[in-house]
Design a protein around this ligand. Structure first.
Ligand code: ARG
Length: 472
């Protein structure tokens, strides 16, 4: 029997019922729905809107339903319209009239707006924990490879020498910003819409501050129309998640390149690689490829949400039921990606000798060679030209700047002396780049410590929901 049976003369068509129903994807909010209802009932009792004893019964009944759902004693009915309807129906079956009083001064519109916020708030916290783990892993690895010289690239062409630690810390910076975005999204979602009713609030004398604080919110929302129809928190979280996926995807792309024989800068642990069914020599970076691929679907989820919302008049419209699959999938996908990605990065074998070899072959110390001549008194433009000719000579003769004999150097310019080798040594080039933000090993170690300290100082998230005893 439908909630609206009084107004209708026919049952909903079966297939239409399935089309209309959201139970297949909103039943994951069962706990949050029950927590929200307990707070609502406790507040109704405290304000004298319903009898205090009855409010107590409702709260106990709801807690029992939660226990039964968790133990498996109660199964969710897949033909129910949504999780809200199912739980209220179950409560009424168990308690009779008391159960029927739960929905006083409430609509499914403010109820669903509440449940999604409660659910996503927890997801924000869980994702933050995973991202924090990843950033920590990166900082530790970066400190371990603070001295490992590798080529830095622009246009995927070897450009200037950096260290592997510096490269990893670039990602640590991105994930730090992602953490901040998650925290920001959480801050703005943390207001309680309960009491907005269907769209126009209610005539009952509710204590909206009480429900808000029982549920750990920073306060109630301030406009009933906005309270039920705001989905900024879904879009904002999906955007933060999509940006994080873009970062993971760029990192994945580099990991894939680094695993190739063309680079061989790293080797992934067997536990995080796959083989080929036909080519016995293959070891494939499937996890990184999947993460890169899944970035697409998360971006799709964000696009779906933005597009779904852009034409909606105030207040609630059923279109909004589409919010859940998009944002839940985005959150699930990021979480799954991080679950595989963090240990993959943690266990990857770094091959610094190969990085060093690649760094020696791309003339990435040519700028430093020109600077050497400048140090000997040659104007930079002349020094640049001499070095350019030297590089051309090396390319033609299959040499590197480091292994060119001194006589050859001197044939290009008499100012070259024995000390040129020291000046263009990759270690020296990297060590000299100690400007703030530069790749010098001492910088990398300092940055790694700075970020680790930031992560540690990050205040803990407030407890999601106060203990059940507070409700009664
Ligand atoms: N299942 C609905 C949703 O997810 C709940 C709200 C229903 N409200 C309504 N007026 N039909 O949006």
């Amino acid at each position: 029997m439908k909630l609206w049976a009084g107004r209708f003369q026919k049952e909903t068509d079966q297939k239409t019922n399935d089309f209309n129903s959201s139970i297949s994807f909103d039943s994951r909010m069962a706990r949050e729905d029950i927590e929200g209802s307990i707070a609502h009932a406790a507040m109704l009792g405290a304000c004298g809107v319903i009898d205090k004893d009855e409010a107590g019964k409702i709260c106990i009944g709801l807690e029992q339903i939660l226990r039964d759902l968790e133990s498996g004693a109660l199964q969710i009915d897949p033909s129910a319209e949504d999780i809200h309807t199912f739980i209220e129906g179950e409560l009424t079956q168990r308690l009779g009239d008391a159960g029927k009083r739960l929905h006083t001064a409430r609509s499914r519109n403010d109820q669903v707006a509440l449940d999604v916020r409660l659910y996503l708030r927890k997801q924000c916290d869980a994702l933050s924990g995973q991202l924090r783990d990843l950033t920590q892993v990166l900082c530790k690895k970066a400190a371990g490879y603070a001295e490992a010289v590798m080529p830095g690239y622009t246009h995927l062409q070897r450009a200037q020498p950096i260290t592997f630690g510096h490269h990893l810390m670039a990602y640590a910076e991105m994930f730090l910003r992602d953490l901040d975005r998650l925290r920001d999204a959480r801050k703005r979602m943390n207001f309680c819409p309960l009491g907005s009713g269907a769209l126009a609030g209610t005539t009952y004398p509710l204590d909206r501050g009480m429900t808000a604080s029982l549920l750990g919110f920073d306060g109630p929302t301030h406009n009933s129309l906005d309270g039920v129809s705001d989905r900024d928190f879904c879009m904002e979280l999906a955007a933060a998640v999509a940006i994080t996926m873009v970062h993971l995807s760029r990192f994945s792309e580099e990991i894939i390149l680094w695993c190739s024989w063309e680079f061989k800068f790293i080797e992934l642990d067997d536990a995080f690689s796959t083989g080929s069914s036909i080519m016995p020599q293959k070891k494939n970076p499937d996890i990184a490829e999947l993460v890169r691929g899944k970035a697409g679907r998360v971006i799709g989820g964000l696009t779906a949400l933005l597009t779904m919302m852009k034409g909606l008049p105030l207040a609630y419209n059923k279109d909004m039921q589409e919010d859940k699959e998009a944002v839940f999938d985005a959150v699930d996908t990021l979480s799954m990606c991080l679950t595989a990605f963090v240990p993959m990065v943690e266990t990857m074998k770094v091959l610094p000798e190969n990085m060093r070899r690649a760094a020696a072959r791309g003339f990435i110390n040519a700028t430093d060679c020109a600077d050497y001549l400048v140090g000997k008194g040659l104007p930079f433009r002349d020094a640049y030209k001499v070095t350019g000719s030297l590089v051309a000579y090396c390319i033609e003769h299959g040499r590197t700047l480091e292994d060119l004999p001194l006589e050859t150097y001197q044939a290009f310019h008499p100012l070259f002396g024995e000390d040129v080798y020291e000046a263009i040594s990759l270690e020296r080039c990297v060590n000299g780049r100690k400007v703030l933000g530069g790749p010098a090993p001492e910088n990398v170690r300092a940055e790694s410590e700075r970020v680790l300290a930031l992560l540690n100082a990050c205040e803990e998230w407030p407890a999601a929901v106060p203990g059940g005893e507070l409700w009664l």
